[in-house]
Design a protein around this ligand. Sequence first.
Ligand code: EPS
Length: 375
Amino acid sequence: MSHSSSPAVHGLRWTTAGESHGPCLVAVLEGLPAAMPIDWDAVSEGMRRRWKGYGRGPRAKFEKDVLKVLGGIKNGVTLGSPLALSVGNSDTRIDTLPNLKAPRPGHADLAGAMRSKTRDLRAVLERASARETAARTALGEVARQLLAQFGITVKAETLEIGGTPRGSDPETPAWNETIRAAHERGDSLGGVFQVRVEGCPPGLGGLEQPVDRLDVRLMAALASIPAIRGVEIGLGFRGASTPGSKYHDGIVPEEAGWAGVGRSSNRCGGIEGGLTNGQAIELRAVMKPIPTMRHGADSVKMETLESSRATYERSDVCSVEPASVVGEIVVCLELASALRARLGGWTLAEMRERFATLGGEERLSDWPDDLSGRS
Ligand code: EPS
């Protein structure tokens, strides 16, 4: 996040490095509580889920995503120091793979070449590749385990592929057929997925600076997945044609609700004023079709400026399903960060103690009528 965020609302920090066909990807996550156990089999299983879905390219068949823990762990639990991981690449030919002759519209190829003023498209695409999301997935699965300690779950669902909406059958043979037909034509497809968070306590996020707002952070997180071109929260764009009287979610007394209140609907998608409100968080993202196509789109040869089809190299036909998995991952990282910031504490046990004091069992009516009453 930028320098204009509030230090108190961003509890975790993460970064990744590495190229699609370099030796490995590297991922670092700072700010985890100490003494948190990590189930590495579950992390690996989450990484395997990223390869799911019909329409992935040949790499899905041989990529092993070998995960190594390099730092931050002692006797199976976190130290509270930076967690450092590596994810091996099974294809490490970065120095010998051929350059692309004609840039692919929609990929970073041309814009990157214009930045470096070279014709070395491989120097651009190797890091622009969605391969980077493998590293974030490793970190996000750890963040998911932190959220699970507090009963918070994050689940994505693909809603639409290439204009075909989700059918009643979750196995979606219709989608497989749509993707198969696109593959035969040498085409590619995008789609829409949803991410839903349940069990989040109210008051996570921030509103003290614009970039502290959790809706801003979650939407930016989804937009950071390659090929995502639009994100909405709750009713999203449909809010434009819905009057306020039918949009806003009524506040009602509810014995079992947080602090004695509940909501009559959830059109705002679980976040108001940049803070979670205790309802489920609902986000949707649209993914454009992958820019690499067998017959290529209109382009020019870098060496001669002659018209040409864009270069084709091994790629996916459709990766909406894996993008939905990465959608879970980026939401897990942002939410775990917000939870960590809200609760503080050094160990996981200290976080739990703080969680128990958030006030769900209390009543709004018991609270002081002025902030000074809390001092
Ligand atoms: C990816 C690995 C890559 C691509 C994909 C993401 O593997 P390779 O290029 O070696 O076949 O399948 O990258 C892109 C979609 C892209 O546009 O670069 C992965 O691990 O997800």
